[in-house]
Design a protein around this ligand. Structure first.
Ligand SMILES: Nc1nc2c(c(=O)[nH]1)N[C@H]1C(S)=C(S)[C@@H](COP(=O)(O)O)O[C@H]1N2
Ligand SMILES: [Mo]
Length: 414
């Protein structure tokens, strides 16, 4: 037993607590990974992929959950690191190749996790103090983390199974207390915990116990769990209002507020940032449809003269905020039919915006043919504001905000 470890000993630094917090963190990671993959493939679908367009708020929920679970990882990860921190000083630092690989994988796991949740959080504030592209790196790190999570769970499986349930952990608590009160009991513990214990836990668990003796004082287990619970609830409650309306009133830290912005909808990229104001306000604006070699351009009044449909659909940004709104305009499928587009065509949507990652987007046939998909001309009962994509924008059910292309200029069947 090292002095440094003795100094760090605490009633919360034990394998049961590591398991309790670890499984919450593991669940949050899995939720982030699943919802993240969904968001990724919506934006970069593989050829064969088709997506659900109902419920129309699906992406609002999956992406809102992604951000909430990601934010919850901050207190949970800090708690987990607090619990296992003394292992940093384990002696000898390396006990052979397997032990080295185990420690290296944990170091990587911790580092990659911290990077992942930090860049994810900063992305929601659109702050990019790093030189690499956020989305690609966040996606790649997601896979790295899932790989490391599987390794970590594999390595710790004996501890995890042993300490999964409270009752078996309680037996061991007595043993741990005995060991720490009387170091000579260690030999007895080894005897008790010997190979006869199911699951082959002995070596690793004893290491853990050895590294984390009980001490009186410090943070109690109940106090620790309460702190972690309060901290997690607080960070979630104070940001989740940007997605989940009931929490809107306490949305103190979320980067967007519901209902704040032109026509009651937050604005993401402005016309000024996109350098589109002149082209969008030009009298000669038309929307061109190009299908199988035929092109036809529609003025705004021609579009307004076509049958209009009103839908309620959310803007659901990848950054986690979302906002329900009423949109009015022409069904995309009516335009597709006017142009005799094949029923299975996908469309490419091209904005007046010349640069910018979202100036051109693609839409699969499930959205093209959906009765809720509009070339929107009005928002919440008024002419679409320039900031929301005047003269015309795309709005479709279940899609990420990034694909709801503003300031449309051209729509091509592909
Ligand atoms: N042309 C263009 N359309 C765009 C964007 C953009 O940068 N350029 N941003 C998208 C993003 S990320 C979101 S969340 C929505 C936001 O729509 P809003 O500003 O009307 O709320 O617009 C989308 N449409
Ligand atoms: Mo967005």
């Amino acid at each position: 037993m090292y002095e440094s470890q003795r100094a760090l000993a605490s009633p919360v630094r034990n394998p049961r607590m590591a398991t309790v917090i670890g499984r919450l963190l593991g669940a949050a990671f899995l939720i982030c990974f699943g919802t993240g993959l969904y968001s990724h493939f919506l934006q970069e679908p593989l050829d064969w992929m088709r997506f659900a367009t109902r419920p129309e708020f699906l992406y609002q929920v999956t992406q809102g959950t992604h951000i909430v679970a990601g934010i919850a990882c901050f207190p949970l990860l800090l708690a987990k690191l607090y619990i296992v921190f003394p292992e940093l000083f384990a002696y000898p630092p390396v006990r052979g190749l397997v032990h080295f690989l185990e420690r290296a994988s944990i170091a990587l796991f911790v580092g990659a996790s911290l990077v992942q949740i930090t860049i994810g959080l900063l992305n929601t504030y659109q702050w990019y103090p790093w030189p690499f592209p956020f989305r690609q790196v966040h996606f790649a790190l997601g896979w790295v983390l899932i790989g490391l999570l599987v390794i970590h769970i594999g390595v710790k499986l004996p501890v995890i199974t042993r300490y999964w349930s409270k009752s078996t952990s309680a037996d061991d608590d007595h043993l741990v207390d005995a060991v720490s009160n009387d170091r000579s009991a260690n030999a007895e513990a080894v005897r008790l915990w010997g190979p006869s214990r199911p699951g082959g836990v002995t070596g690793r668990v004893l290491d853990y116990i050895d590294a984390t003796p009980r001490v009186a004082g410090g943070v109690s287990r109940r106090g620790f769990l309460t702190t972690v619970g309060v901290a997690t609830t607080a960070v979630v409650a104070l940001t989740a209002g940007q997605t989940f309306t009931p929490l809107n009133a306490v949305n103190l830290f979320g980067p967007r507020k519901k209902g704040v912005g032109q026509q009651g909808v937050p604005v993401n990229r402005t016309s000024e940032q996109a350098l589109v104001a002149d082209a969008a306000m030009a009298a000669g604006w038309t929307l061109t449809l190009a299908v199988a070699g035929t092109e036809r351009s529609f003025t705004r009044s021609e579009l307004l003269a076509l049958p209009q449909t009103e839908v309620r659909l959310p803007i659901a940004c990848v950054e986690g905020w979302s906002q329900m709104a009423s949109w009015r305009g022409v069904r995309l499928r009516d335009l597709a039919d006017l142009m005799d587009a094949a029923p299975d065509s996908s469309f490419r949507l091209i904005s007046l915006e010349e640069r910018g990652s979202f100036s051109k987007t693609q839409m699969g046939r499930e959205y093209v043919r959906d009765p809720l998909t509009l070339v929107a001309l009005e928002l919440n009962g008024e002419t679409l504001d320039l900031e929301h994509g005047y003269p015309a924008r795309m709005i479709a059910p279940g899609r990420p905000g990034v694909l709801q292309t503003k300031w449309l200029s051209r729509i091509e069947a592909i």
